[in-house]
Design a protein around this ligand. Structure first.
Ligand code: NAD
Length: 484
């Protein structure tokens, strides 16, 4: 691991407090940072160094997965400095550069600098440009930029942002965070598909009937009304996280299992994705919004009654979609995505339903077919299970599904932000979104945004506490399937 300076913009924000500082601290405790490094935090508010150190200490005590260790914590805090900078003011970067270089000299660090933009997206381009113009980006070592989501609001704004960033950073230097790509089971997908010859042999249209990716939440809009009402499930979940999980599930084995190999294969999946048009949007995409209901015995209000939401809002709090990957490997296999708020359970999972060549010779008592299912559970549990069929001798020898399961119950596994920051420090972009993927994802989503904007797509209401509107079940029933 190279010695470096970690420059954090937005160091007094919510994400820095809950995720970024604890991630850096845990990497430090695990000796995954170089012995010598510097962290420079900046935010809008003026703060004395001591006050900032106490603030970070509090964040570590509250949010770090590791137990308190006073002396190690003091040592970690000694590497951190704070400076208030208004990121929109070009002149203020000179003093930040002074602080960064003086710490580099003091700690005898090479000029390797990682800039993390944990600020509102309207600042992404201005900060990147000011880093370059101020000289902060003119390093003798490497420079990298980690950028938070959202990357654009639609296809034109994402392209515009990328064009601006690429004036100051090369594509190889830009690490676009998609924290789902940091979740251990998502990082494990490639191994499940490719390191198991028996699954690898089955991973195609001959044996797989359909793929279902679900990310359901129990919570409603919470305090994020302003953001969420302008973004909806389509921008908040589908364009990034859901399509990323779909790409990883549908990709071919790369010739070389490397960052470039994997990203190239993911891009090919997106290129093969059947585009949406005004006709298939209404048959293949379901827009939903929660109305009042009950979750775990508790009554909850509907979306339009939430504080900060206009009663006329048609925002999507739920999306289900049917996708077709028109290539050799997946022709004719539907991929279903489903995500929403105020649903029955909190769960992120990928279910692969295998074909049943015996066409239901074996059925359960209710006469339903018993397909083999491979379930990859991502959140809140991490694990894999395979549903097979077996005779139950205690029940008159009837055939019943059994599950072969592996659940990772190891405590204290590294969090997504830890894994991702570590990769970025190593210069490994495998689990970051390449511009090609982001652009192709926006391209696929754009007709949906247009249809929602023009209000030509129906809005289906669903009861809070359910698994979404009926139309979402019909989407699968049309092909003879159901959600698992
Ligand atoms: P926040 O509002 O809590 O913090 C924003 C930070 O930006 C603060 O440190 C503030 O001082 C700084 N800032 C604002 N205006 C500034 C200016 N003119 N000059 C200098 N600094 C300025 O935001 P957050 O929730 O921490 O989110 C940060 C980024 O992370 C956003 O892009 C957000 O979309 C993304 N994100 C956040 C979360 C989360 O859970 N909080 C999750 C995923 C992505």
């Amino acid at each position: 691991m190279d010695s470096m300076t970690f420059v954090l913009f937005g160091a007094t924000g919510d994400l820095a407090k809950r995720k970024i500082f604890p991630a850096l601290y845990n990497l430090f405790l695990d000796e995954k940072l170089a012995p010598n490094f510097s962290i420079v935090g900046s935010g809008r508010s003026p703060m004395e160094q001591e006050e900032f150190s106490e603030y970070v200490e509090q964040s570590l005590k509250t949010f770090s997965r590791r137990e308190d260790n006073d002396s190690r914590m003091k040592e970690f805090l000694s590497f951190i400095r704070y400076m208030a900078v208004d990121v929109t003011q070009k002149d203020e970067y000179a003093q930040l550069l002074d602080l960064v270089t003086s710490r580099e000299k003091e700690l005898n660090l090479p000029e390797n600098r990682l800039f993390y933009l944990s600020v509102a997206p309207q600042f992404f381009d201005v900060i990147a440009s000011n880093i370059q113009q101020s000289g902060l980006g003119s390093t003798k070592g490497w420079k990298r930029l980690i950028i938070e989501k959202p990357f654009g609001h639609d296809l034109p704004s994402a392209r515009e942002l990328n064009a601006k960033l690429s004036k100051s950073f090369e594509e190889e230097e830009i690490y676009r965070i998609d924290h789902y790509l940091g979740k251990p089971m998502v990082q494990n997908l490639e191994a499940i598909e490719f390191a198991n010859p028996i699954l690898q042999a089955l991973w195609n249209k001959r044996h797989i009937a359909n793929v279902q990716i679900t990310a359901s939440e129990i919570v409603g809009v919470e305090e994020r009304a302003g953001y969420y009402d302008n973004s909806g499930a389509i921008r908040d979940m589908i364009q990034n996280h859901m399509l990323q999980m779909m790409m990883l599930t549908a990709m071919h084995i790369p010739e070389k299992v490397s960052a470039n190999g994997i990203r190239e294969e993911k891009k090919k999946v997106m290129e093969a994705l059947r585009p949406l048009n005004p006709e298939n949007i209404n048959t293949d995409v379901i827009r939903g919004q929660y109305s009042s209901g009950e979750i775990k015995g508790e009554k909850v209000i509907g979306y339009i009654d939430e504080p900060g939401i206009e009663r006329t809002s048609k925002n999507d709090t739920f999306i289900a979609a049917r996708l077709w990957v028109d290539n050799e490997m997946w022709e004719g296999v539907p991929f279903y995505l489903r995500t929403g708020k105020r649903m029955t359970e909190k769960s992120t999972r990928i279910v692969i339903e295998f074909k049943d060549p015996l066409r239901g010779v074996y059925k359960d008592e209710a006469g339903n077919a018993l397909p083999n299912l491979l379930t990859i559970e991502i959140n809140p549990n991490a694990g894999v299970s395979l549903q097979l069929n077996s005779k139950n001798l205690l029940n008159e020898g009837k055939v019943e599904p059994i599950n072969v399961m592996f659940y990772s119950n190891e405590e204290n596994v590294p969090e997504a932000y830890e894994l991702l920051i570590h990769d970025a420090l190593l210069g490994d972009p495998t689990f970051f979104a390449h511009w090609n993927e982001v652009e192709l994802a926006w391209k696929w989503v754009q007709p949906i945004l247009d249809a929602f904007e023009a209000d030509t797509a129906p809005l289906h209401h669903y009861k809070a506490g359910s698994m979404g509107p009926e139309a979402s079940d019909k989407l699968l029933a049309e092909n003879g399937f159901k959600w698992w």
